[in-house]
Design a protein around this ligand. Structure first.
Ligand code: TYD
Length: 221
């Protein structure tokens, strides 16, 4: 596999892949399919998620997602996501990629740009700056964006959760989810070489086949 240098000067021999999208886009299903395929092909796969992925990150995750925190100021929210991400990158992602592992993450920086930047109205550029610092410039080799419209994502989430109310962020109104969908699509359009945008309403096997197609050449390098 190829060896790259990233902004922090670390040699990278593995790969770093992010899955992004709104609620109910099918990220979890696709991550599992991807992990199984890559593992069967003999790759050393690390499956992880944000917020979370480290001990402190999982504690920040609880703070961020549970109800009962009172009102959470949007900048506080953005910084907590970035703090969880900084730990994730430093303690888990960079070491794994440097060791030649293939890291698959359920969400990364683009989720903050969409949810906090566009959704909460902090501005995508401001949130991007904070995250560039938090990650020391780490960018995924490929980001797979599973695109679904907000009403499909709400009904999928409700079906999954059996009518239970969503977590603090899932419970935001449809207009919020529409804003973040646009933000995800804009990010992908700005750097098409690093994104694979797929219709998340397609059958899971069809979506998986497209992801494999995109990843095969990266694995041959
Ligand atoms: P999770 O249960 O992992 O949801 P999903 O299965 O949809 O990924 O919860 C993560 C929630 O946190 C989700 O609503 C998106 C939100 N989030 C942000 O608002 N900003 C971020 O930077 C990240 C990583 C997640």
């Amino acid at each position: 596999m190829r060896i790259l240098q990233d902004d922090a000067g670390t040699a990278r021999t593995g790969l770093f892949i992010a899955l992004e999208g709104g609620e109910g886009a099918g990220k979890t299903t696709q991550l599992r399919l991807l992990r199984d395929w890559l593992t069967e092909a003999g790759h050393d796969v690390v499956l992880t998620r944000e917020p979370g992925g480290t001990e402190i990150g999982e504690r920040i995750r609880t703070l961020l997602l549970e109800h009962g925190q009172g009102e959470v100021d949007p900048r506080t929210e953005a910084l907590l996501f970035a703090a969880s991400r900084a730990a994730h990158v430093a303690q888990r992602i960079r070491p794994a990629v440097a060791a030649g592992q293939l890291v698959l993450t359920d969400r990364f920086v683009d989720s903050s740009l969409a949810y906090q930047g566009a959704g909460r109205g902090l501005g995508v550029d401001a949130v991007a700056r904070v995250n560039e610092w938090a990650t020391a410039g780490l960018v995924p080799d490929l980001t797979v964006l599973l695109d679904v419209n907000p009403s499909v994502s709400r009904s999928r989430r409700e079906a999954r959760d059996g009518g239970r109310p969503g977590d603090r962020i899932e419970s935001a109104e449809d207009a919020f989810h529409a804003r973040l969908r646009e933000a995800f699509l804009e990010r992908a359009a700005a750097a098409p070489g690093r994104y694979l945008v797929l219709d998340g309403t397609q059958a899971p096997d069809a979506v998986h086949a497209r992801i494999r197609e995109a990843m095969e050449p990266m694995l041959d390098d």
